[in-house]
Design a protein around this ligand. Structure first.
Ligand code: AHG
Ligand code: MN
Ligand code: MN
Length: 335
């Protein structure tokens, strides 16, 4: 059988699930931008793309050169096509306005242009995470698009995905009917469907958490992780293994491939910070993908996709992956 490219998959989605043509175009443009980012990332020291910019983003994090480059690649690729009403990014304080010379479209695109950027300089997998929302009716308003347009719960996402730049570059995508995985064929320059109907196993013996923060966690997480560590002789009666890549894309990709539970809990380091990961462009798109693959995602007390966002860069605790384990750690928060 001939290979199914991303373009063909999207056209077939239009036939079978009425995926609108402008959404199809949007996904193709994002995929094209991810190819350009993949290319830039792979150049490393050859093109002087490693290291820091010497600037900070709105979160007070030092920006890497590739954070800024990836952000620009996504903005430039997406601003002219007429498919978007606005964009928002980890690397930009405010919503990005579509320049007045271009038509505006129905969708909002929110992204983490380069996830796991502490891993760039050490040649470990990084990625791009994106979420697509519909722009609410503006009732004839013509001024700048404010951040309130973006503040929709994750259940409103019409598409979400990530690209992972690892030994292979892959694009994982959901349009709300399952999760598909595409691998970049570098000779052809196209993403080819290689992973049909990805599912997260319900049970697992693998967990991912940054153990160096243990002393700052709340009681339910202390309890859960100590039970994982207790192994066969503890209450869970099995031995667990641990992985922590420090790129959410890579950790989530492993979970989609062979199961596992990923945690970035709230911790006591900075009482003003309810977790590290950002709701709009990390937790929501990843939770949509994980749920579409049969897994679960909560903030400990609530399904992540049900959270009503209050600001663009808001942070949330995250527990996601194999259902049984996410349900267990969520139940411990209720006890
Ligand atoms: P980003 O590079 O976009 O700021 O995201 C990094 C995130 C996430 O990818 C990862 O899971 C986590 O931060 C790693 O945090 P630690 O450095 O605390 O391990
Ligand atoms: Mn990130
Ligand atoms: Mn990032």
């Amino acid at each position: 059988m001939s290979r199914i490219t991303l373009s063909r998959y999207l056209i077939e989605q239009t036939r079978s699930h009425n995926t609108p043509a402008d959404l199809r175009f949007l996904i193709e443009v994002v995929a094209r931008a991810c190819k350009a980012i993949s290319h830039a990332v792979s150049k490393g020291a050859l093109d002087d793309v490693l290291g820091s910019m010497g600037t900070e983003n709105v979160q007070g994090e030092v920006q890497k050169k590739l954070d800024v480059m990836s952000n620009e690649i996504l903005l430039e690729a997406n601003e002219w096509g007429g498919h978007l009403a606005g964009m928002a990014s980890e690397e930009m304080d405010q919503a990005y306005q579509i320049p007045g010379r271009y038509p505006k479209g129905a969708y909002l695109l929110v992204f983490d242009p380069l996830d796991g950027s502490s891993n760039i300089d050490v040649n470990v997998s990084v990625g791009t995470i994106f979420s697509v929302l519909r722009c609410p009716e503006r009732n004839g308003a013509t001024g700048d698009l404010g951040e309130e347009a973006f503040l929709q719960p994750g259940t409103e996402q019409v598409a979400a995905g990530y690209a992972i730049y690892g030994p292979q570059t892959m694009l994982l995508l959901t349009l709300g009917n399952g999760v598909k995985g595409f691998t970049l064929d570098r000779e052809l320059g196209s993403f080819v469907l290689t992973h049909d109907d990805i599912k997260v196993p319900e049970t697992t013996q693998e967990f991912a958490v940054n153990m160096s923060n243990q002393r700052h966690w709340e009681a339910p997480v202390q309890r859960y992780v100590s039970e994982l560590l207790a192994g066969e002789s503890g209450p869970l009666e099995k031995n667990y293994n641990m992985r922590w890549i420090a790129s959410m894309v890579a950790d989530v990709h492993r979970i989609l491939t062979r199961g596992g539970v990923f945690m970035y809990p709230r911790d006591g380091r900075d009482p003003a910070m309810p977790g590290k990961l950002r709701l709009m462009y990390e937790a929501n798109p990843m939770s949509f993908i994980i749920e579409q693959a049969g897994g679960a995602a909560t903030n400990g007390t609530q399904r992540i996709l049900d959270i009503q966002p209050t600001s663009l860069h808001q942070r949330v605790p995250v527990f996601l992956g194999s259902k049984e384990e996410v349900e267990r750690v969520t139940a411990y928060h209720q006890e």
